[in-house]
Design a protein around this ligand. Sequence first.
Ligand code: NAP
Length: 295
Amino acid sequence: MRVLVGGGTGFVGRALTQLLRSRGHEVTHVSRQGGKDRISWEELSYSGLPLCDAVVNLAGENVLNPFRRWGDAFCREVISSRVETTKTLAKAIADAEQPPRAWVLVTGVGYYRPSLTAEYTEDSPGGDFDFFSRLVSSWEAAALIPGSPARGVVVRSGVVLGRGGGAISQMLWPFRLGLGGPLGSGLQPFPWIHIRDLAGIVCHALESECLQGILNGVSPSSPATSNGTFAQELAAALGRPALLPVPAWAVQAVFGAERAIMLLEGQRVVPKHTLESGYHFIFPDLSGALRDIVA
Ligand SMILES: NC(=O)c1ccc[n+]([C@@H]2O[C@H](COP(=O)([O-])OP(=O)(O)OC[C@H]3O[C@@H](n4cnc5c(N)ncnc54)[C@H](OP(=O)(O)O)[C@@H]3O)[C@@H](O)[C@H]2O)c1
């Protein structure tokens, strides 16, 4: 299969590319940077979709970049890097003489309203109550191609845990020093997935000829994981204590109050359709996932 991946040079994209190539698929990235096996977004807009069997979009400015102040300019970049790249790919698919068979978009569980108690499946409502939920709604709406023969799959991902990037890369050094701990109360749900499973779900979506619709990209044990449990398990995997809670005000001071919601609140998300679709998780449990990552 020839697969075109927007934002495929990033943290998730590298894992997906490795998996797809190991399974004999050809991968081309759509990127802002030139290089081997890459095309630019401009080239895609002017020349149209290169011949391919499937398209994936993973492009997006890193929302939790602690070096970027949370303000209007950054918010616009967070939105446009997702919605405009998705629109560009959707238009290229719609205009293609030979459209691809599959079109997969990775969005986020920020679609569902944070709650200590509610559990959400792919059928649950959401998408219209705060910045992140509305972002996911417009991102997913941008992917719609009425009448297209391409199967559409949206994977709503939780926090991606893996080596060499993502949320855990910023947490490792305080935890290694024994200075880690839960964020805020620590009671908030922590929807997580191992990076090999997120890449695995996207690959499963590409290869399963009848699969379409929404898939929650979280581990099956994720609904039972709180931020406090995560902190304890990460510390245990590193053989360190996790005694020092990080107060909510400190998280808000670093990230801004609106963005801190991503860390101080969370959703219990169940991968119902993902499991029903026949995907088998490599890392269903947090302790095994973290041991793999910090080993
Ligand atoms: N990591 C997580 O925990 C997580 C959780 C939920 C959802 N997601 C979503 O999954 C997708 C992949 O995540 P990731 O962690 O792999 O992301 P990432 O590494 O931060 O970025 C992915 C790629 O997006 C492209 N990109 C970044 N800023 C851009 C901009 N301003 N305009 C256009 N392209 C831009 C870059 O590719 P080039 O430099 O090649 O252009 C980058 O390599 C993202 O859409 C993210 O929102 C991630």
